[in-house]
Design a protein around this ligand. Structure first.
Ligand code: CA
Length: 230
């Protein structure tokens, strides 16, 4: 999941970025409202964390501008304590939820999981299911046919992309956009490398393969891929 973190206080931003990255999120940090708007033009973020108090262009203005541009990413507003007006205005501006500062990282993570669930048409469960595959988004544990599968953070993030949109071909660029932030993504074949690892862990021991290569297009999670998987 690719997250845009908009927070002008460097220390808070760095702390949140680290905490989110430890959970496998790919995070890009913006420090002003204008930077946030520029980032959102470039990248299709899965989630946006938006502080209200920002220099120059404030968070409410950013939120309204994003919605006017038809940006539909779930937005979590960060508001100051007791600023009830901010909360109300945040929701009116098009934010999906708000969190009052100061907050615990655990609470931020729980809110983000809830927003990510709401953003999809999938059943509103923290557990993602496809065929005999099971991903628990709270514990980040993965099982296939009830057998635990150990994945690295990036492998997990790629699999999550595929599981959230089963039976649809995702291009390498689409996958990369949701899994790496701008700083860390630089190799065009990196997605293929991780897919190879995922296949070994997820599919090798099973007759029914879940991850399929669609030549010239990308990858697809499916129980019935016509096998171009070679
Ligand atoms: Ca601030």
């Amino acid at each position: 999941m690719r997250v845009l973190l908009v927070e002008d206080e460097q220390k808070i931003s760095a702390y949140l970025k680290r905490g989110l990255e430890e959970q496998g999120y790919a995070v890009d940090a913006a420090f002003t409202g204008q930077e946030a708007l520029d980032w959102a033009e470039l990248v299709n973020f899965d989630l946006i964390i938006l502080d209200i108090l920002l220099p120059e262009v404030d968070g409410l203005t950013v939120c309204r501008a994003l919605r006017r541009r038809a940006n539909r990413a779930p937005i979590l507003m960060l508001t100051a304590r007791d600023a009830l007006d901010d909360r109300v205005m945040g929701l009116d501006a098009g934010a999906d939820d708000y969190l009052v500062k100061p907050f615990q990282l655990q609470e931020l993570l729980a809110r983000l999981r809830a927003l990510a669930r709401r953003a999809t048409d999938a059943p509103k469960s923290p557990i993602l299911l496809y065929a005999d595959l099971e991903m628990d988004t709270r514990t980040r544990r993965v099982k296939r046919a009830a057998k635990p599968i150990e994945l690295t953070a990036k492998e997990y993030a790629i699999l999550e992309c595929l599981v959230r949109e089963p039976d649809r071909v995702l291009t390498r660029a689409e996958i990369a956009e949701h899994v790496w932030n701008y700083e860390d993504f630089n190799q065009s074949n990196i997605v293929d490398v991780y897919i190879r690892h995922l296949r070994r862990k997820l599919d090798d021991a099973f007759a029914v393969k879940l991850i399929h290569t669609v030549r010239g297009a990308g990858y697809m999670l499916s129980t019935h891929g016509d096998d171009e998987t070679l």
